[in-house]
Design a binder for this molecule. Structure first.
Ligand SMILES: *[C@@H]1O[C@H](CO)[C@@H](O)[C@H](O)[C@H]1NC(C)=O
Ligand SMILES: *[C@@H]1O[C@H](CO)[C@@H](O)[C@H](O)[C@H]1NC(C)=O
Ligand SMILES: *[C@@H]1O[C@H](CO)[C@@H](O)[C@H](O)[C@H]1NC(C)=O
Length: 457
């Protein structure tokens, strides 16, 4: 996250209490095409002309619509401009972004490249973007993936241990929360507002048009982040969380559908039955599920080359989530679980129950609603998120290394990839791999079998 800005005059304060859109830098959403498919085999697809938008948390936040005094610098709020959340929202504006220059975000045709570290006035670390509806600069595209298939290509070859190039769905409001805020959020989807996910993150600077400045604690180990008293929760379907070493796909449910604001224990905790959402989720990571020779550099799914990733959400309501890979014209079904007591190569309620038992984990996926709730969230339409990030909470060990550190690496379910338990510290990866990047391309969506040449079932 990065904030830049010089100091000079402050603009007049607006009369109404609302989170503002700034006018210093024009907000121009980079174009990205994708395809809607019908029929079979990926041959009947029509191109959709969309754009992407940068999340609001990365943006310059300054006093007044055209002012240049920072409301937030590094990881702290200016308490004179932001004495409380509502006043702060009324005083502060999110500005447009220089996508390539400040954030390392570029598009070309159907391809999106997200760079890890970009140095301009200050270093920017990672980014998070959303797909807009075709022809709209104020509404996110939403996906109802009940009984549908979602396919994309990804290049993870430049993503080492500790990094995550993620593509997922979150049940955000399509307008970025404008309608729900009753006039408090004037920036909206055009400025990437309204993020939520199943971690109920508390690092969002605005939730529902109110600044999260109240009780804000700057992170002890992240110069750009902190946490406020409010978190923002919603169901999340992680289609892809990966680097060149490991990958996982993971549904996460919540007891409340749609975006909801939490405080205290309602914001959930890892491996806890408290709270609104299932933070752990029910993941399928081939390495964790026993096949250590399936995914990685030079392996069956070769991460040195571009990979086509196919995800099928089978049934309406969804009963199982299937995965295929395509590389060099060859369809590769997901690896089978080799864990005793856990069968198959797809995610379902029964797979999750068996996996949690085998690994000694609490099944919060089931207690927060399981596949039926994931399916309901999908029915309402979910926003497509793409991001590149490093992990200040757990060094991404949950994806690519033994985790948690309190358990023996040899215990069932603990080792998730070949990365070292001491890898993934943000300071180290930012210094060692500033040029890391992920490329997502060729997104296709449609009924089962419509986006790729599926093998006979
Ligand atoms: C890993 O997956 C591949 C492809 O499905 C399979 O051929 C191989 O036998 C699996 N290896 C193990 C150890 O299960
Ligand atoms: C989750 O909690 C259970 C007890 O409810 C415990 O046995 C297990 O080790 C925990 N898992 C993790 C990953 O912390
Ligand atoms: C970084 O700080 C957060 C608190 O904001 C803490 O939860 C986390 O464990 C810390 N991470 C490391 C690697 O020390």
């Amino acid at each position: 996250m990065s904030r830049s800005g010089l100091l000079f005059l402050a603009a007049l304060l607006p009369v109404c209490l609302s989170q503002l859109a700034g006018t210093n830098i024009a907000e121009v959403h980079p174009s990205l095409t994708w395809q809607k498919c019908t029929g079979t085999g990926g041959t009947s697809c029509t191109t959709q002309s969309s754009t992407i938008v940068l999340d609001s948390n990365w943006r310059w936040l300054h006093q007044g619509v055209s002012g240049t005094t920072n409301c937030y610098t590094g990881n702290t709020w200016d308490t004179s401009i932001c004495p409380d959340g509502k006043t702060c929202a009324a005083n502060c504006a999110l500005d447009g972004g220089d996508y390539a220059g400040t954030y390392g975000i570029t598009t070309s045709g159907n391809a999106l490249t997200l760079k890890f570290v970009t140095v301009s006035q200050q270093p920017n670390i990672g980014s998070r973007v959303y797909l807009m509806a075709p022809g709209s600069s104020t509404t996110y595209q939403t996906f109802n993936f009940n009984n549908q298939e979602f396919t994309f290509d990804v290049d993870v070859s430049q993503l080492p241990c500790g990094l995550n190039g993620a593509l997922y769905f979150s049940q955000m409001d399509a307008d970025g929360g404008v309608a729900k805020s009753a006039g408090a959020n004037k920036a909206g989807a055009k400025y990437g507002t309204g993020y939520c996910d199943a971690q109920c993150p508390r690092d969002l600077k605005f939730i529902n048009g109110v600044a999260n400045s109240q009780g804000w604690v700057p992170s002890p180990n992240d110069t750009n982040a902190g946490t406020g008293l409010m978190g923002t929760c919603c169901p999340e379907m992680d289609v892809w969380e990966a680097n060149s070493i490991s990958s996982a796909y993971t549904p996460h449910t919540c007891t409340t559908l749609g975006q909801s604001t939490c405080t205290g224990t309602a914001c959930s905790a890892p491996n806890s039955t408290q709270g609104t959402c299932d933070q752990a989720g029910c993941d399928f990571n081939s390495y964790r599920m026993g096949n250590t020779s399936f995914f990685g550099p030079g392996l069956i799914v070769d991460t040195k080359q571009k990979i086509t990733v196919v995800t099928q959400f089978v049934g309406s309501p969804i009963t199982s989530i299937k995965r295929f890979y395509v590389q060099n014209g060859k369809v590769i079904p997901n690896s089978m679980s080799t864990i005793p007591g856990v069968t198959g190569n797809s995610i379902s309620d029964s797979f999750c129950a068996a996996q949690k038992t085998a690994f000694g984990d609490t099944n919060t996926f089931a207690s927060k609603g399981g596949m039926a709730t994931m399916s309901k969230a999908a029915s309402a339409g979910m926003v497509l998120v793409m991001s590149i990030w490093d992990d200040h909470a757990a060094d991404m060990l949950w994806l690519d290394a033994p985790y948690p550190p309190t358990k023996a690496a040899s215990s069932p379910g603990v080792t998730r990839g070949t990365c070292s338990p001491s890898s993934g510290a943000p300071k180290t990866v930012e210094a060692a791999s500033p040029n890391a990047q992920v490329v997502f391309s060729n997104i296709k969506f449609g009924p089962l079998g419509s986006t790729f040449n599926a093998p006979p079932s």
